[in-house]
Design a protein around this ligand. Structure first.
Ligand SMILES: N[C@@H](CCC(=O)N[C@@H](CS)C(=O)NCC(=O)O)C(=O)O
Length: 333
């Protein structure tokens, strides 16, 4: 049987990385297709009409979806090369349990770290470290989760190593000092070419997150929260932009838009500066010294110009909310 394999994926996706690692670990050739998730291809929509998400592995024309299911499928079809799941039912069930734990806990809690501030961020960070410690305890003194060889749980978890830097910078904490054994495990995994070839530069992931925050209006929301400003948050379907958005941001037709007493303020940097100027007495965000203010604007502009990447949200549970919706904030008072 011919084995034509096409992987629909996006470079920064931890879910897509799992599939790339599994295929590379087994030495299987595949065609990689980078998807622009802000403008999904017809192929993706046809192959995954249910979730419209990557990764999708197309094997001889037939799609396999959901990263965990794809990795298990790959392991079953190519079972003779570098097996990822144990052959015995009980250890297989254990491996699936821990992979499911990673799926349920790591991505969403990590996401909270970079999308929130203050107490919410602090508790997300604590929760995240707690989950990493649970994983570290499960790892124990074994080199890999399944024992002596890289296996299913490692493949499921290791992609997040490339996101660790972004979590650490956002939440101002160190994973190494909290979970040294887990970090040693990650470095061990990185010695596999399948892993090192797949994981992107953590600094690029962080830049991606900064850009994503702007595009999703998260910074404006953080600024509103920091200053304790009451506001109304509205979400709309981006595939069907509201008349209000089209009217309030007729130039770019993008989010975020802040509507203050009926007047729109557009572009995230601009909104943050506007909020800072109007509510200057509460939690100032920009320095008062004109030179330092100029410097802050320079670097914010630098991030805007240089950090360009396709933007989407990797999310198991929140993806409906962000990639396809607009947030319009209108002040009531
Ligand atoms: N549970 C899925 C999650 C996949 C996922 O969240 N994919 C994101 C990229 S990381 C996506 O395609 N997002 C596009 C969208 O939500 O519209 C899996 O494990 O494959």
């Amino acid at each position: 049987m011919a084995n034509e394999l096409i992987l629909l994926d996006t470079w920064v996706s931890p879910f897509g990385m799992r599939v790339r690692i599994a295929l590379r670990e087994k030495g299987i050739k595949f065609e990689y297709k980078e998807e622009d998730l802000t403008n999904k291809s017809d192929l993706l929509l046809k192959m995954n009409p249910i979730h419209k998400k990557i990764p999708v592995l197309i094997h001889n024309g037939k799609p396999v979806r959901e990263s965990g299911i794809i990795v298990q499928y790959v392991d079953e079809v190519w079972h003779d090369k570098a097996p990822l799941l144990p052959s015995e039912p009980y250890p297989r069930a254990q491996a699936r349990f821990w992979a499911d734990f990673v799926d349920k806990k790591i991505y969403d809690t990590g996401r909270k770290i970079w999308t929130t501030k203050g107490d919410e961020q602090k508790s997300a960070t604590e929760e995240f470290i707690g989950y990493l410690k649970t994983l570290e305890a499960e790892l124990g003194d074994k080199p890999y989760f399944g024992g002596e060889k890289l296996g299913y749980v490692d493949v499921t978890m290791i992609p997040f190593y490339s996101w660790f830097h972004a979590y650490e910078v956002s939440g101002n904490f160190s994973i190494e000092s909290n979970c040294p054994k887990l970090m040693a495990w990650a470095k061990r995994c990185m010695q596999h070419e399948s892993v090192s070839k797949t994981l992107p530069d953590p600094k690029k992931v962080y830049e991606f997150i900064l850009q994503l925050k702007k595009r999703l209006g998260i910074e404006a929301r953080i600024a509103l929260a920091e200053k304790g400003i009451k506001h109304e948050h509205r979400e709309e379907d981006l595939g069907n932009k509201s008349d209000l958005l089209l009217k309030m941001n007729s130039i770019h037709k993008t989010i975020p838009v802040l509507i203050h007493n009926g007047k729109p303020v557009c572009e995230s940097n601009n909104i943050v500066q506007y909020l800072d100027e109007v509510w200057h007495d509460k939690s100032p965000l920009l320095p008062s010294d004109p030179y330092l203010k100029g410097q802050a604007r320079f670097w914010a502009d630098f991030v805007d110009r240089k950090v360009r990447s396709s933007v989407f949200v990797c999310s198991v549970s929140l993806s409906i909310r962000y990639p396809c919706r607009i947030s319009l904030s209108g002040f009531m008072g």
